[in-house]
Ligand binder design. Structure first.
Ligand SMILES: [Ca+2]
Ligand SMILES: [Ca+2]
Length: 515
């Protein structure tokens, strides 16, 4: 029976001097809090997000699932460095069925055009001249502004016809004009010198505000806009009530907010936020999602993009379609997205400190009677601050094990990662790293969802070991670990696999991103 427990793969050390493979800091990485928020968002919102980014050097459309997964570049519109590439707002908007994306495009210094992209393939084409406003509710076409008049473009016929005779005197149809028209064509909002809410029956300007980037909700009832950075406002056209929708979000340093768009059900606000940089073409705006209830924020905003380019004008479509599977923005396209930051499981930064990703640590024998102690040592394996932990144990001949870290219910998504790294030394040659997910056996009554990897080659000197996720062996044959929901990682000593007694010192366990 002892042998069956030791089916786990033996892996030799990757012999690297401490610090030899230091992880370089990269721009645009999620903090542990941001990574946790991304995981927590899963299952709470269904749909797709499109936004525009200049991370390749030219403006392109990018898409991701509403929970931030599957992020990828959608279009190949421009040649980077092309001096004639479109350089104004694309303001992409999903069609009601989520299959197409309407956006502004063209050549720099030329009249703006209405373009459409396939939301799955990214294939894009020009439909007509003018500045696109918004989709018709039935998806049969869209409205656009051309020569200061509102036109209706019909996708079936490919023709644009004048929708209203009204000349919108104050509106500009230049490429950076921001506007939106109510579905019944009763009113529209436009930004020229100021934000204006205009009754389209007679051209009456019913409301003028400061700021910029005016929008209407999909039902046409609410106008919302940027009064200034850190100050989004909303106006109820029925009750004439104006109030703040979002002030300074509790996100540092990304609290300088622009580009608000609200989902059709009014429950989600998307926006771009930068670290106090204003320029809308060069600043490091990032895409954020904020839940709303009656126009007030619920919980903290979730950061969805991780790139030092300008990420702006996110648009959320709610529904059951997805852009595809894949990791977060950080790992989806290495040419334009930096990898995610390593996740530190524990660093033993201080005596009695909790593991870095939460939970608790100590020694938990699987059966009573094992002897063991864990002592914090003021010595970091990489020569940095903080310390490590020294485990002195005696498990005898019975298949007893010790696990030295546990974080119930964390369900951390490590799908963008492919290996652990850990430092170890000791007077025993091996130890076992144990990983458990939450999905296979939530009650923890069996070994389903647990996988092991025996690390060999431990010596008296600190060594860095790399442990590929693919090498972990499930305890229950055929039950692969779900790396999207990891809630337990532990260092274990198990009879039949590891020495029955000895001393082991470990430090700085991290999950590392796939290359
Ligand atoms: Ca950015
Ligand atoms: Ca340490």
């Amino acid at each position: 029976m002892e042998l069956s427990r030791c089916r786990m793969l033996m892996i030799a050390a990757v012999l690297l001097l401490p610090g030899a493979l230091a992880i370089a800091a990269q721009g645009g990485q999620p903090t542990p809090e941001e990574a946790t928020a991304l995981v927590a968002l899963k299952g709470r919102v269904s749909g797709m997000i499109v936004w525009e980014s200049n991370r390749t050097g030219a403006w392109e459309l990018y898409v991701m699932n509403a929970d931030g997964t599957g992020a990828r570049r959608l279009t190949s519109l421009a040649t980077p460095g092309d001096p004639l590439a479109f350089n104004a707002y694309l303001r992409p908007r999903f069609s009601p069925d989520g299959r197409s994306i309407l956006f502004a495009y063209g050549k720099a210094h030329a009249p703006v055009e209405c373009w459409i992209a396939d939301a799955a393939t990214g294939e894009a084409r020009k439909l007509t001249g003018g500045n696109p406003l918004n989709w018709l509710p039935d998806g049969s076409g869209f409205l656009l502004l051309r020569t200061k008049q509102i036109w209706r473009f019909d996708l079936g016929s490919g023709e644009a016809t004048l929708a209203l005779p009204l000349m919108i005197d104050t509106a500009s149809d230049n490429a950076s004009m921001v506007g939106y028209v109510a579905p019944d064509l009763s009113a529209g909002v436009f930004r020229f010198g100021k934000n204006e809410y205009i009754r389209l029956s007679d051209g009456t300007i019913a409301k003028t505000t400061g700021g910029c980037e005016p929008h209407l909700t999909a039902d046409g009832r609410f106008m919302y806009w940027v009064q200034g950075p850190k100050d989004f406002r909303v106006w109820d056209t029925q009750t004439d009530e104006e109030r703040q929708m979002l002030g300074t979000p509790a996100v540092e340093p990304y609290n300088y907010t622009y580009f608000p768009t609200v989902s059709a059900d009014l429950r989600w606000l998307m926006y771009g936020a930068s670290p106090s940089q204003h320029d809308h073409n060069t600043s490091d705006y990032e895409v954020y999602l904020q839940q709303l209830d009656d126009w007030q924020p619920v919980g903290a905003p979730v950061r969805l993009s991780f790139n030092t380019g300008t990420d702006r004008w996110p648009n959320l479509w709610l529904g059951n379609r997805r852009v595809g599977e894949g990791p977060y923005d950080v790992a989806s396209n290495r040419q334009t997205n930096p990898p995610p930051a390593p996740v530190t499981v524990f660093s033993f930064r201080a005596e009695d400190a909790d593991p870095d990703w939460g939970g608790d640590w100590g020694l938990w024998p699987q059966i009573e009677g094992c002897g063991g102690e864990a002592a914090w040592v003021a010595e970091d394996a990489e020569g940095g601050d903080g310390g490590s932990v020294r485990i002195t144990y005696d498990i005898g001949a019975d298949p007893r094990s010790f696990s030295m870290w546990f974080a119930p219910g964390r369900n951390l998504d490590l799908s963008a990662y492919d290996r652990f790294a850990i430092y170890a030394r000791g007077d025993v040659p091996t130890f076992t790293l144990v990983v458990k997910d939450r999905t296979a056996d939530p009650e923890g009554e069996t070994d389903a969802g647990i996988a092991d990897l025996v690390v060999t080659g431990v010596t008296g000197q600190w060594q860095r070991f790399e442990l590929p996720f693919a090498s972990f062996v499930p305890r229950v044959a055929g039950a692969a670990l779900d790396w999207r929901a990891v809630n337990h990682v532990g260092v274990a000593m198990m009879a039949g696999c590891n020495a029955p007694s000895g001393t082991l010192q470990v430090d700085n366990l991290r999950a590392l991103p796939a290359e």
